[in-house]
Design a protein around this ligand. Structure first.
Ligand SMILES: [Zn+2]
Length: 268
């Protein structure tokens, strides 16, 4: 599932169309991605408008069009953005294609957990739901005090589960949450309320560090994360903890519905 950095990577894939005008909108109206914004409304709402800018926030994206039209996109499990030639025939999973003069902007999603929204606003501001999103990890408003305040609201929640809560850690998904717990040497099951101030400051710092590295590599050009991280070892059966001096076998188990990977020796 796309997380902070993957979303940032996909956001940029539509950049070649910036400044172009939407000549035609092609949709698959029955596709589940239109469950909140009907396909016909999206077609009518975007036709004839210029593509002006794009923004990412956590796992969400917002595309700005002239005349106050804002297209929100969430990639869900398998959504992808890309471009295609101007006269592009929609593929089976390409549920939204914006045909510009010079190229087509494509949103494909074969599992259709992705979704979109369309806001038409007059005041030139992004829609209210966007402006009210919580601070993301690399935002200056994502402070130690903010993290402490958020975590203290959920003392019984396991640390890993809390990291997946988009109200507190927007953009953090399954692999980043496991990575943060591993780098902190804390068990993912640890109740958040058992962390003292120093541990919470560590949580703030490590969340920012993992986010920054992910943005620098994956978010830039889908580059590789450091091999010294858990991420590159967690997918292999019988994977081994990459921490120098440890090299224990990694454990993989379900935690509140999410596959979770950790090291029994380092994370105590
Ligand atoms: Zn270890």
């Amino acid at each position: 599932m796309p997380e902070l950095a993957e979303v940032e990577y996909y956001r940029k894939q539509w950049n070649p169309g910036l400044g172009g005008t939407v000549a035609k909108v092609h949709t698959h109206p029955a596709a589940r991605i239109f469950r909140e914004a009907p396909a016909r409304a999206v077609e009518r709402g975007l036709a004839g408008r210029r593509f002006l800018a794009s923004h990412a926030h956590g796992k969400q994206m917002l595309f700005e069009f002239s005349g106050g039209a804002w297209l929100g996109l969430h990639l869900g499990m398998s959504g992808e953005l890309g471009v295609a030639p101007a006269r592009h025939e929609s593929g089976k999973h390409e549920h939204l294609v914006l045909a510009l003069d010079s190229l087509s902007l494509v949103f494909s999603d074969y599992r259709m957990f992705g979704k979109l929204s369309l806001d038409l606003v007059e005041d030139g501001q992004p829609p209210l739901w966007w402006r009210e999103l919580p601070p993301q990890p690399l935002d200056s408003r994502f402070t130690k005090a903010w993290v402490r305040g958020f975590v203290r609201r959920f003392p019984k929640t396991p640390l890993k589960t809390l990291l997946l809560d988009q109200r507190g850690f927007p953009g953090i998904g399954n692999w980043m949450a496991d990575e943060i717990c591993w780098q902190l040497r804390l068990p993912p099951q640890r109740p958040a309320g058992s962390l003292d101030d120093a541990a919470l400051d560590g949580l703030w710092k490590t969340t920012r560090h993992v986010s920054r590295e992910a943005m620098r590599t994956v978010g830039t050009d889908w580059g590789d994360l450091p091999d010294s991280w858990l991420m590159n070892h967690r997918w292999r059966d019988g994977g081994t903890c990459p921490r120098r001096g440890c090299r224990s076998g990694l454990v993989r188990e379900d935690l509140r519905g999410r596959t979770t990977c950790w090291c029994l020796r380092c994370q105590t």
